[in-house]
Design a protein around this ligand. Structure first.
Ligand SMILES: *Cc1c(COP(=O)(O)O)cnc(C)c1O
Length: 397
């Protein structure tokens, strides 16, 4: 059948595709080390699971208000106030079926045909297709490894046109793990205000920060910037709740109201039971978060050290999330990509076949020099994986 142009123009999620291939090999009995996974390898904490079980037992299984139960909105508002000093009203918060859904809803209601949306590369794979699904134009702006893969005010300024509507920021970043400093955000914020842009601040990794760093987003810098920023977040990464599908946006009331209207005509409320679990996640004990972050920090140090031991590999030190984005371009002259294949795609394929190691090609994130390693896997698998990569690359001569 002839499918709609809307869907023909976008690719399927590359990270999910790689996972499928790795799982197929695993099913055939191959011992695959999977660095492709984009979710914590921890279980959802017991108190959160219990809250969901209680919700079922209490019969909390009907429709809820479209934008989320008041209790959950209050928990989100308290989190934003206590941790970031950002004050929101319930009408400025919308709970959706995962952070991804929040982004999708937002893009559908704030972007129009002809709008340009600035996406710094490396970027999270879903941003450009989601912008295209809203009929807007993604403007991918490459950043430099020397700058920690972070967009500078100068780079932003150069790409702004009269059609530029918004800038997408994601810190800590998927795929690089890099974190914007307050000063860097201030420099970007000046340009944002001067040019009247909106900012979409994807803060999904806000709590997975290392080295005692404190979280900062652009909305925290001034009331003027807060009025131009939509903050996106959720419980998936912080509380190992990827399957529960609870995310949210907070920001200017008219945009949030429009997104709520869209949601009322599409999914309606996110799952009632998962909302109760998210309330417990945000309001309950936070010690499991600290323990998870401590473990991720250990692995970050380990996987970075092991990666930098491989001849020719360079990599900035991530400050958060659970990804490493090492540069393997030193090996590209030794591998010939197939027609239409990227260098990083050829390397990822080589590693999967030669070393049974799954990593996502950087090209999928708009940076072909690198591969993305997720270290949401055990210490033992990290060590095994890096040994295998070293050996496989050694064979290339
Ligand atoms: C995981 C992720 C999300 C959203 O995840 P959900 O499970 O949909 O809440 C959003 N942005 C980035 C960068 C992510 O890595």
């Amino acid at each position: 059948m002839q499918l709609a142009r809307r869907i023909r123009q976008i690719p399927p999620s590359a990270t999910l595709a790689l996972n499928t291939k790795a799982n197929q090999l695993k099913a055939q009995g191959v011992d695959v080390v999977n660095f492709g996974v984009g979710e914590p390898d921890f279980d959802t904490p017991a108190n959160i699971r219990e809250a969901a079980i209680k919700a079922i037992k209490d019969g909390f299984t009907r429709y809820t208000p479209v934008g989320g139960i008041p209790e959950l909105k209050e928990a989100i508002i308290r989190h934003c106030q206590e941790n970031y000093g950002l004050a929101y009203q319930p009408g400025e918060v919308l709970v959706s079926c995962g952070g991804k859904h929040s982004l999708y809803n937002l893009f559908q209601v704030i972007f129009d045909a002809g709008d340009e949306v600035i996406i710094p590369a490396p970027f999270w794979v879903s941003y450009p297709p989601m912008v295209m699904l809203a009929d807007a134009t993604p403007v991918v702006v490459p950043t430099r490894q020397e700058n920690g893969f972070k967009l500078t005010a100068q780079e932003l300024r150069e790409r702004i046109t009269p059609k530029t509507k918004a800038l997408i920021l994601n810190s800590p970043s998927n795929p690089t793990g890099m974190v914007y400093s307050r000063q860097e955000l201030e420099a970007l914020g000046e340009v944002v205000l001067e040019k009247g842009l909106y900012v979409v601040s994807d803060d999904i990794y806000d709590r997975i920060l290392f080295d005692g760093a404190r979280f900062c987003n652009i909305a925290m810098l001034s009331p003027e910037l807060k009025a131009r920023t939509f903050v996106l977040n959720g419980v998936s990464k912080t509380y190992a709740m990827t399957g529960w599908r609870i995310g949210y946006m907070a920001g200017p009331q008219d945009g949030v109201a429009a997104a709520t209207k869209l949601q009322s005509q599409s999914t309606s409320n996110p799952t009632s039971i998962a909302q109760k679990a998210a309330v417990e996640a945000l309001n309950g004990p936070q010690d499991t978060v600290a323990a998870m972050v401590k473990e991720f920090a250990w692995r970050r140090d380990d996987i970075l050290r092991r990666s930098l031991e491989i001849p020719g590999v360079t990599c900035p030190k991530p400050g958060g999330a659970f990804y490493l984005f090492p540069n393997f371009s030193a090996y590209y002259s030794k591998l010939k990509p197939a027609a239409g294949q990227s260098h990083s795609g050829a390397l990822a394929e080589y590693l999967l076949n030669e070393a049974s190691l799954a990593a996502v090609p950087g090209a999928e994130f708009g940076e072909d020099n690198c591969l993305r390693f997720s270290y949401a896997t055990s210490r033992e698998r990290i060590a095994t994986g890096l040994d295998r990569i070293k050996e496989a690359l050694g064979k290339l001569g």
